[in-house]
Design a protein. Structure first.
Lengths: 478, 135
């Protein structure tokens, strides 16, 4: 089978049934994956291995998502026990999908995604170089990644000259297109993308005058501060922000000011720095336009969909994984989450009436508690088994992913179940030498712990049944 | 900068032997040799720091110009870490290269982009220069 060719097989013998809308065929699959970044690729591979007929839809010309432009290394340490660059990691995942004969519909931009009435499932319309594309599936996995926060969203004042870019756009311009966007620039935001671009720009001969961070601590990882700034003597200025951009046609400089404890500029602290580029590294937001049109409930903490432990949203058959669900740091954990979503979506799509009737399922909410800025999944399903019924699949241990609100030393995180009477029982715990907001972490909630919490055929109305789960953080005293 | 004021014979370094990223204060003696560490929490870290201070090495990742309009820059990396002080010199050499055939991850772009006591360092392709689908 082809390894290097473009993704779409011919119409003869292609997987999925076909129907027609006028002169266009409808291609039907058990499930469709939207996005061919690490999340989508892992989801498709897992779905196919679980027996589902699937297809990946990608708006770009080539698969791989954001990894194509992340040319630095540090990827794959967990998943492959190797230190790979982004493109190398992507290639491994793309090869896995191709080896499973999963079609990759590239250069296909979806213009409409709708739920099918009656029997359920989804209908998608897209535009590609081959014309209009019609697709249908029983399940849908959203792996659409995230967007960057722009100057608009952080209320940057001034004229609108050329030369203001987000860090990810700079990465695309340098690494994919081969353009150097500025010769002397200021970077606002000390997140990892900004730090990585500070190094990249310097290597390509641009001058990075400084990295400026409004908070009193850098938001990127210590190893990036070391390898991107200290290695190249690029200064990091904390508690400082850009208050104005100058220049009419092109950026000519920025005004910087120190800020107080409430992040308000301190009068008299302003200074002007001449430059021809301002690069913004001020945050990422999950991309969920499609999810919103389908009525998906979003979590205000993550800005991604609310999901259960199978990564299913409140819309039946609609799943979400990767940066579209919550912004992650490691491609490795995105791939793992994608596998969960893919297997779960496959089970849903292939599920028969007998599978669903095996028992009564109910779910309880999982709350982040006071110490975490977010915790995913938001709900954990419990199955009340009826005697003699098969256990439905996709109900393994629950991998919970979270971020802590503030930097913490040695600590212990526990997942506690609380019942109607307020009785608390610890279901899982994990120790960490430290926790940082910039590093997403995991805790596993074993399925056996959930099973033991719910003995026999107890259901939601029974004493001892959990009504909610909560994460509790205990810091060790130094 | 909010770095603490240091004596001339001291430096603050971030150990990256593990994800912890301990901040370590390194004190040098009159001859510029490492005298003490303060803040390194493990032996592996101390060993890494000694090597790092004597001879800092880094992986260089960048892109090379190609002749293909559908794939103008090929991402590459060095075959092993090279001295931090040589990165910009090697970047200048890479600027002179041009890729004229389609390459895939692992292909050798240039067999010797740098050389030291340990031998030659090659430049390896990390991207896949697939042709986009024909219309």
């Amino acid at each position: 089978m082809k390894m290097h060719g473009p993704g779409l097989p011919g119409s003869g013998g292609s997987p999925g049934g076909t129907g027609s809308i006028g002169s266009s065929r409808i291609r039907r699959f058990d499930l469709l994956v939207l996005g061919s970044g690490p999340a989508g690729l892992a989801a498709a591979a897992a779905a196919k291995r679980a027996g589902a007929d699937c297809c990946v839809v990608e708006r770009e010309e080539r698969p791989g998502g954001i990894l194509k432009q992340c040319i630095h290394d540090g990827f794959g340490l967990v998943r492959f026990k190797e230190r790979l660059t982004g493109p190398e990691y992507a290639w491994r995942e793309i090869e896995a999908v191709r080896n499973l004969d999963i079609p990759l519909l590239l250069s296909t931009y979806l213009t409409r995604v709708e739920r099918l009435p009656g029997s359920g499932g989804f209908a998608l319309t897209g535009l590609s170089s081959r014309g209009v594309v019609h697709l249908e599936s029983k399940a849908l996995v959203l792996a659409t990644g995230c967007r960057e926060r722009t100057g608009r969203q952080i209320f940057l004042h001034g004229s609108r000259p050329a030369g203001v870019f987000t860090a990810g756009l700079v990465q695309y311009m340098i690494n994919i297109q081969g353009y150097l966007p500025a010769r002397r620039c200021v970077i606002l935001g000390s997140g990892d993308i900004g730090l990585i671009m500070a190094r990249r720009l310097t290597l390509e001969g641009a001058e990075v005058e400084g990295v400026y961070e409004i908070m009193d601590k850098p938001s990127g990882l210590p190893r990036n501060i070391a390898q991107c700034l200290e290695d190249f003597s690029i200064p990091l200025h904390l508690s400082t922000t850009v208050t104005r951009v100058h220049g009419r046609e092109r950026v000519e400089g920025v005004t910087l000011a120190r800020v107080d404890g409430s992040r308000q500029p301190l009068p008299g602290s302003e200074r002007f720095v001449p430059c021809d580029g301002l690069i913004l590294s001020v945050g990422l937001i999950p991309e969920n336009e499609i999810a919103e049109t389908l009525g998906v409930e979003l979590d205000p903490l993550t800005l991604g969909p609310v999901v259960d432990d199978g990564m299913m949203t409140n819309v039946d058959g609609l799943f979400c994984c990767g940066n579209a669900l919550h912004v992650s740091d490691l491609a490795d954990s995105v791939s793992a989450a994608g596998e969960t979503a893919g297997a779960s979506a496959a089970f849903y799509a292939l599920g028969s009436a007998e599978g669903r009737g095996a028992g009564e399922e109910f779910s309880v909410p999982l709350y982040p508690g006071n110490a975490l800025s977010y915790l995913v999944p938001h709900r954990v399903r419990f199955l009340v088994r009826q005697a003699g019924a098969q256990t439905p699949g996709a109900a393994g241990d629950v991998c919970c992913r979270f971020r802590v609100k503030r930097e913490t030393g040695k600590c212990r995180l526990a997942i506690v179940g609380i019942d109607r009477e307020g009785e608390r029982r610890e279901l899982a715990d994990s120790r960490y030498p430290f926790l940082r907001p910039a590093e997403m972490e995991e805790i596993v909630l074993p399925r056996s712990a959930l099973a033991s919490f719910l003995p026999g055929s107890a259901g939601p109305g029974f004493p001892g049944s959990p009504v909610r789960l909560e994460a509790v953080l205990e810091e060790d005293d130094a | 900068m909010t770095e603490p004021v240091m004596e001339a014979a001291e430096r603050m370094v971030t150990c990256i032997a593990c994800p912890r990223g301990c901040r370590v204060t390194v004190r040098f003696d009159a001859q510029g040799r490492v005298e003490t560490f303060d803040g390194a929490r493990c032996k592996r870290g101390r060993l890494w720091l000694e090597k790092e201070l004597a001879h800092p090495l880094r992986m260089l990742t960048t892109t090379v110009r190609t002749v293909f309009s559908d794939f103008p820059r090929l991402p590459v990396r060095t075959s092993r870490d090279i001295p931090l002080g040589e990165l910009l010199v090697v970047m200048k050499r890479i600027e002179t290269l041009e890729v004229s055939r389609r390459m895939w991850p692992g292909d050798v772009v240039e067999p010797e982009i740098f050389r030291d006591e340990e031998g030659a360092v090659a430049l390896i392709a990390t991207g896949a220069m697939e042709q986009p689908e024909k219309e």
